[in-house]
Design a protein around this ligand. Structure first.
Ligand code: FES
Length: 261
């Protein structure tokens, strides 16, 4: 095992200065930290483990990389406050420090020319970095319960060609789920891959529709993770060919056919 920060390292651990922290929507925060080595190394779809340095917080929390600025050496994350740890994270002010380990895991394949990104909820966070890395070649289809959840449209606007929206209540875009609109987009569009992250039920539906249209599909799985380094097995899954794989190390991005039957 290559240790973080060693000369051969592809991952790094450091105390990083908070550069910005902003509440984007109720309990959803945008955090930017100064971590130049991680910014240079991070690929779209990878994640980091954050550890709060104050109080009695010992556990690291996995958070997908939402954006990087390799020139400024900054890495950004979008996360939801779901418990004591993320509450403490959201209280960090610019100038305070947080420990960052990463980049971790296996990201998206970057070989495609015309991706359709499909995301829901906090799954849109790693997809934001993917959209940026695809340099304007992608479209995005995003779904939420109501218009209020879809503050993401502003974030994706500059990074994609087109933004399509569905809401459960019809308060924005097409009424229904992402899977309601997806078949029509795939029939009309010139996409060569579907890339998805969000609730598992959504990703399963998206993967099935992509397959029916003969398109490859990559899914980014969310699992509870402890170590994030492939050592504790807390994130193990069974693949369709009967193997055990670790979401933190073999994923979080997998070809859909490898994880959804
Ligand atoms: Fe420990 Fe994946 S989180 S093996």
């Amino acid at each position: 095992m290559i240790l973080p920060n060693s000369p051969e390292a592809t991952k790094f651990v450091q105390d990083a200065k908070v550069l910005a922290q902003q509440e984007l929507a109720t309990d959803v925060f945008f955090l930017v930290v100064e971590a130049p080595k991680i910014a240079r190394a991070a690929k779209a779809g990878q994640f980091v483990q954050l550890r709060i340095l104050s109080g009695d917080f010992t556990l690291r929390r996995p958070v997908g990389v939402a954006a990087v600025d390799s020139k400024k050496g900054s890495v950004a994350f979008i996360y939801r406050v779901v418990g004591r740890g993320t509450k403490a994270l959201s209280a960090l002010m610019p100038g305070e420090m947080v420990n960052v380990l990463g980049p971790l895991g296996h990201g998206f394949t970057m070989k495609y020319q015309r991706p359709l990104i499909v995301g829901g909820g906090m799954g849109l966070s790693p997809l934001l970095y993917y959209a940026d890395a695809m340099k304007g070649k992608a479209d995005v289809l995003m779904g939420g319960k109501t218009a209020e959840e879809l503050f993401w449209t502003n974030l994706f606007d500059d990074l994609t060609q087109e933004v399509f929206v569905t809401t459960d209540d019809g308060s924005m875009g097409t009424k229904g789920f992402t899977t309601t609109l997806l078949p029509e987009l795939l029939e009309k569009g010139d996409y060569d891959v579907v890339v998805t992250c969000g609730p598992e039920i959504m990703m399963r539906g998206v993967a099935k529709i992509a397959k029916e249209h003969g398109l490859p599909c990559e899914v980014s799985l969310e699992k509870r993770m402890a170590c994030g380094l492939g050592a504790c097995l807390s994130c193990s899954i069974d693949t369709t060919d009967g193997q055990r794989k670790k979401v933190c190390k073999d994923g979080p991005v997998f070809p859909a056919e490898e994880v959804f039957a």
